[in-house]
Design a protein around this ligand. Sequence first.
Ligand code: TXA
Ligand code: MG
Length: 318
Amino acid sequence: MIHQNIQAAAEALNRGELIGLPTETVYGLAGNALNEFVVDKIYTLKNRPSSNPLILHTYSLEEVAKYTTHIPPTAFKLANTFWPGPLTLLLPKNNLITHKVTAGSHLVAVRIPNHPIALELLRSLDFPLVAPSANPYTRISPTSAQMVEDYFGNALPHILDGGNCSKGIESTIVGFDEDTPIIYRQGAISVDAIEFIAGKTKVLATVKEKVTTPGMAPMHYAPRTRFLIVEDIKNYIHENPHLSIGVLSMCNTFKTGPNVFVVLLTSRLDLEEASKNLYQSMHYLDGLNLDCIIIERFPEIGIGKSLNDRITRASLVQ
Ligand code: TXA
Ligand code: MG
């Protein structure tokens, strides 16, 4: 059920239950990170392979220090710049974090979300939360409480309503080789912004390189409807008059037909706004039972690169 009662959600977490957690990136499926039974429940409910590790969520750097052995200087700089915010750091874990959370790795992924409800909830608990995105494995991450309910219905008695996620795509994941930053997942913070603070990075998780970082399998973030990246939306519609087509557009300067359903991702060519709207728009069009959903590539600048990563993965599924 969707509600705003933080205390009721905290009580459910204390009893070992899972909840839907709003963050600024996407909604999480959250539970007590220190309880292995709870961690198992998350993998089961998401239908996610246990080889794909979970992100630890907490509310302060002091808390992060409780679960890690050390924080490299560059990580510290990034944390100070971007936390609370859509940055996930891979740090060496200590014994409080089980291998169930990290899928056997000695590194734990940690993040301090920038959402008032998430922060208030985290501060009220005696344990950190693990929270993967609140979608069944391989489906689109939810960016509203309603999307979480659409996915899990009664299986989640507590879905905290924090409104529409302000970022709309997942956090950027950064690990370290010695002190050199490695981008494991492009996300809501652009690679340029990371590099501005931390110097030159190596981007591991590009679709082209087919790197199989856990969780970065190409089959990710996918609507059920055929999803196509096209060169030119106008031409595609013109050449396929017999198809019912969902269009995710950055501008609506083309003529549509009766079988064409257009969602404008942004009215101002604003990539942040497009990011905020992308997953919900995909989810909406996915519910219309169309022949296909089409989109043009985003400009390869700033978070446009992260958005292109996601739509490429979505288009690879078919
Ligand atoms: O924005 C986000 O990060 C959201 C919100 C809810 O915080 N969470 C999220 O979690 O996207 P999830 O589980 O859907 O994606 C986490 C990614 C996965 O690709 C996983 O493989 C990677 O993080 N990951 C987690 N722990 C890791 C580790 N120890 N080493 C390498 N990758 C890790
Ligand atoms: Mg996910």
